[in-house]
Design a protein around this ligand. Structure first.
Ligand SMILES: C[S@@+](CC[C@H](N)C(=O)[O-])C[C@H]1O[C@@H](n2cnc3c(N)ncnc32)[C@H](O)[C@@H]1O
Length: 231
């Protein structure tokens, strides 16, 4: 890493504290995050994630799978998260919106998914990557549970350089306050850069995935499996 690079500072994996769950679910944070989530929902739909069973890894309160269910009536979703509080929030929101018949939320570790191989038509993950210390293990699990011909869409924050960091957090975090602002700064510090994500993918079963950038704040990858051969 050059002198302009910002060293990555890992973040705790599980978001378990009640105040973290509340901060994440607060109205101001959700309004801003909701608009960003909408762009991921559009990307997933454009990739054909409209039917079959979709797995959301690190689902949090299940906002993105619920948005997908509202847009795609033939879709079923399974969301997994390490945090019991997040799973409770996701189940409650799905029940409240009448989506429970097409949504299941389970406590599980992304690195040890409790599903048989080739169980899902598609896999998505949003804002999980920066929590992970061993992302390649999680990428391999995503590949294992995906059916041949399935698609994976992962997106997360992107870590800027050292000089840009303060401006980046002040500007792109301007809709957050209090604990949420601190959580955002910690998450940006823990995020991976484009070259780091490329190297992580190259060491996994998803080496053929395409890395993409979404504005200055996010990055991710798309994996399109072949029908005749799994990942
Ligand atoms: C920033 S939140 C994102 C939630 C959701 N994907 C969204 O976009 O709203 C990250 C979530 O990943 C969960 N998480 C962290 N490490 C995990 C792991 N190893 N397995 C499953 N979930 C994990 C956290 O508990 C937290 O709910």
């Amino acid at each position: 890493m050059g002198w302009l690079g910002l060293r990555r500072t890992p973040e705790l994996e599980v978001m378990a504290a009640a105040e973290e769950v509340d901060a994440y679910a607060s109205a101001a944070a959700q309004k801003y995050l909701g608009a960003i989530d909408d762009t991921l929902v559009e990307q997933a739909l454009a990739l054909g994630m409209r039917s079959g069973v979709l797995l959301d890894v690190g689902t949090g309160p299940g906002n993105i799978p619920r948005k997908l269910l509202r847009r795609a009536p033939a879709l079923h979703v399974v969301g997994v998260d390490l945090s019991p509080a997040m799973i409770r929030a996701a189940r409650e929101a799905a029940r409240h919106e009448g989506l429970s018949p097409r949504a299941s939320f389970l406590l599980a570790d992304a690195a040890r998914l409790p599903f048989a191989a080739a169980s899902f038509d598609s896999v998505i993950s949003n804002s999980l990557l920066h929590h992970l210390t061993q992302p390649a293990a999680v990428f391999n699990e995503m590949a294992r549970v995906l059916k041949p011909g399935g698609r994976i869409l992962l997106r997360d924050l992107r870590r800027p350089g050292r000089l840009a960091f303060r401006f980046h957090v002040a500007w792109f975090g301007r809709y957050y306050s209090g604990l949420m602002k601190t959580l955002y700064a910690n998450s940006v510090r823990a995020a991976y850069t484009g070259p780091e994500l490329r190297r992580l993918l190259d060491r996994s079963r998803l080496a053929a995935a395409q890395v993409f950038f979404h504005g200055r704040t996010h990055l991710g990858f798309i994996w399109k499996g072949r029908k005749d051969a799994g990942p």
